[in-house]
Design a protein around this ligand. Structure first.
Ligand SMILES: Nc1nc2c(c(=O)[nH]1)N[C@H]1C(S)=C(S)[C@@H](COP(=O)(O)O)O[C@H]1N2
Ligand SMILES: [Mo]
Length: 339
């Protein structure tokens, strides 16, 4: 066990307690790549301060060869970089609230698959549990650590043990020195200040996997089914960047309606409405590069005067789409004024 798990030397939390940085609003998300300074920050228990020289990552559970990696061991693996959307699912206490807390950034690190290969994962392993060094209180409960899990099938994709963000070492609030990075999954799964990975046959029992970030599944009539679904893969979503809310537009002057769209799966189609959702027309959507968000655009000649509600709706390769309301990925609407 590394000394960072030693209860006699708990990791310093500064500030302690819930900490977040409010992201850009959709109409401010002009850049394809979000600067580190403009990114979302979400820390349930505060910001943990770790030292790269004393940091280590324990890998244990259903493996032939448990390991304890130091930073140099990790840096010796081939470095992979990936541009990916990074989306906060929003408050786990309000799982159906749309938040649009999204960034698109470039991460660098070692592939989890490469590191696990050297540990000899046993066939009975079905989940990877990941633990952060942060500790403290959230939701009126005390937590010894932040703990998540992911299905083992995901490891072969593009999961990173990340140590770079936008070409620089991770800042403390983004998980210095090392975090897990699960592209295509909601941000909550990308555990910061990563210190332990455990291979297991079942899901982990943690407040952050069972009590929160485990959405109630609703019946078609909207009542609770009693089942839950983990907040893992990002659902199809799109935001309109321009025109901005309340933008003054002129009748008959052409405007480009454009925005970003993303999901765990690539987005294949985006529809835009310029009449409050009565009719929808197909926009142009670029192909996905790595796991970045995709730009969509449509030209529009406003004809009627007055307030107009614009909306966009994305469809992923799997056929999933955005509901009009009542979900975190509900259709984004922008009201503009045509004169
Ligand atoms: N250890 C740890 N990892 C964590 C969290 C946390 O509180 N502790 N918050 C999660 C949530 S909910 C999100 S949205 C992302 C945010 O990552 P960022 O702050 O680097 O943008 O980190 C995730 N990883
Ligand atoms: Mo989040």
């Amino acid at each position: 066990m590394s000394h960072q798990h030693d209860p006699m030397h708990p990791v310093r939390m500064q500030p302690a307690g819930f900490f977040r940085r409010i992201p850009l609003l959709p109409h401010q998300m002009i850049s394809r790549l979000t600067t580190t300074q403009d990114m979302i920050v979400l820390c349930h228990l505060g910001i943990a301060h770790l030292n790269r020289e004393t940091w280590s990552l324990a890998i244990d559970g259903l493996v032939q060869r448990p390991r304890e990696l130091r930073f140099n061991d990790l840096a010796a693996y081939p470095k992979h970089t990936i541009a990916a959307i990074h989306q906060c699912a929003g408050s786990p206490l309000q799982p159906f609230e749309p938040t649009r807390r999204i960034s698109n950034v470039r991460w660098g690190g070692a592939r989890l698959a490469d590191v696990l290969q050297d540990c000899g994962v046993l066939p009975s392993a079905r989940f990877v549990w990941s633990q952060g060094a942060d500790h403290g209180s959230f939701g009126e409960l005390a937590h010894a650590a932040y703990v998540k899990d992911l299905p083992i099938e995901r490891v072969g994709a593009d999961v990173l043990i990340g140590y770079e963000l936008n070409g620089e070492p991770l800042p403390p609030e983004h998980g210095f020195p090392v975090r897990l990075l699960v592209p295509g999954f909601f941000g909550t799964n990308s555990v910061k200040w990563l210190t332990r990975l455990t291979l297991a046959a079942e899901r982990v029992q943690s407040s952050f996997t069972t009590r929160w970030y485990n959405d109630p599944v609703l019946n078609s009539d909207g009542t609770a089914s009693g089942k839950t679904i983990p907040v893992w893969a990002v659902a199809p979503e799109s935001i309109i960047v321009e025109p901005a809310p309340d933008a003054p537009l002129r009748r008959r002057a052409p405007v480009e309606i454009w925005g970003w769209t993303w999901a765990d799966d690539p987005i294949e189609r985006v529809e835009v409405s310029t009449d409050g959702g009565d009719t929808w027309s197909e926009a142009n959507v670029e192909r996905r590069a790595q796991r970045s968000w995709q730009r969509f655009s449509m030209s529009w000649h406003p004809v009627a005067e007055g307030a107009v509600a614009l909306g966009s709706r994305a469809y992923s390769r799997g056929g999933d789409t955005q509901p009009l309301s009542g979900r975190r990925n509900a259709v984004h609407r922008v009201i503009v004024a045509v004169t």
